[in-house]
Design a protein around this ligand. Sequence first.
Ligand SMILES: Nc1ncnc2c1ncn2[C@@H]1O[C@H](COP(=O)(O)OP(=O)(O)OP(=O)(O)O)[C@@H](O)[C@H]1O
Ligand SMILES: N[C@@H](CCO)C(=O)O
Length: 293
Amino acid sequence: MLTVRAPATSANLGSGFDVFGVALGTPADVIRVERAPETRITVTGAGSQYIPEDPKQNTVGAVADALDAPAHIKIDKGVRPSSGLGSSAASAAGAAVALNALYDRGLSREELVPIAAEGEALVSGEAHADNVAPSLLGGFTIVTDDSVTQVDTSIPVVACLPETTVSTRDARGVVPESAPLEDVVTTVGNAATLTVGMTRDDPDLVGRGMNDQIVTPHRRALIDGYDRVHEAALEAGATGVTVSGAGPGVLAVCHERDQNAIAGAMIDAFDAAGIESRAYQTHVGEGAQLYRD
Ligand SMILES: Nc1ncnc2c1ncn2[C@@H]1O[C@H](COP(=O)(O)OP(=O)(O)OP(=O)(O)O)[C@@H](O)[C@H]1O
Ligand SMILES: N[C@@H](CCO)C(=O)O
């Protein structure tokens, strides 16, 4: 039996749609695997009632197929599905690490990125790797069609998760097919600023670089209470706020001293919109951890 703790992630960070991602210190999925003649999946934990155990519909089934590694896979969900915190990706990344070790496939974490992304194709229609990459590698990741770049950082964040859900598939449906050059230029500048901020562990630069005029304006409308929460987090000291992944989670970057106030302000703002929520006060953290029982 092998056990992997695979972290939640936040993708996009505003200016890096389908490119940027960070691993979060909490929450995380725990995946346990043992060899079996055929893949069988059991799911417990947060939102498990909404997650199919059929290997053809679960992200870990796609990973087991891609690695030709049949197993009994137990998923204990810490990351609620349809959260914007990379729930489907955490399971896929955890299974990729676990099955790679269980069957001695010898693949590197980088080589596991496209394999874990097969699970994302199953649930959202596209094999975008911006959640699986940070869950596998930790820190801040930049994913392009043919490369993954990783930077270790420990920027403080607050990830606020309302009780509502948004499907990634639906949220991809509202993304415009083209954008004015002016907005693209601004977004490139912001993305570059954010990247430098990550390399310097500088929450002010990262926050400044999170602004996005292309995707986020269309997505915020899918999240009840978003505008209040965004404003409240900034007033409480966040250096940048945006939709986490496809939402409805909202990510605030900040200095550690402001974390508590920001978490409270975000919860209160969702509450004022009639929505219960919880806030994870955490840092950008490490990638999936493997434990041999
Ligand atoms: N192992 C799994 N864990 C979580 N969700 C899964 C898993 N396998 C299949 N799913 C399905 O994937 C969907 C959730 O994935 P989705 O990408 O919409 O949310 P998310 O991963 O929380 O969000 P995001 O990618 O925006 O961070 C649900 O329909 C769920 O049933
Ligand atoms: N980049 C993807 C991530 C989903 O978590 C999207 O925003 O659709």
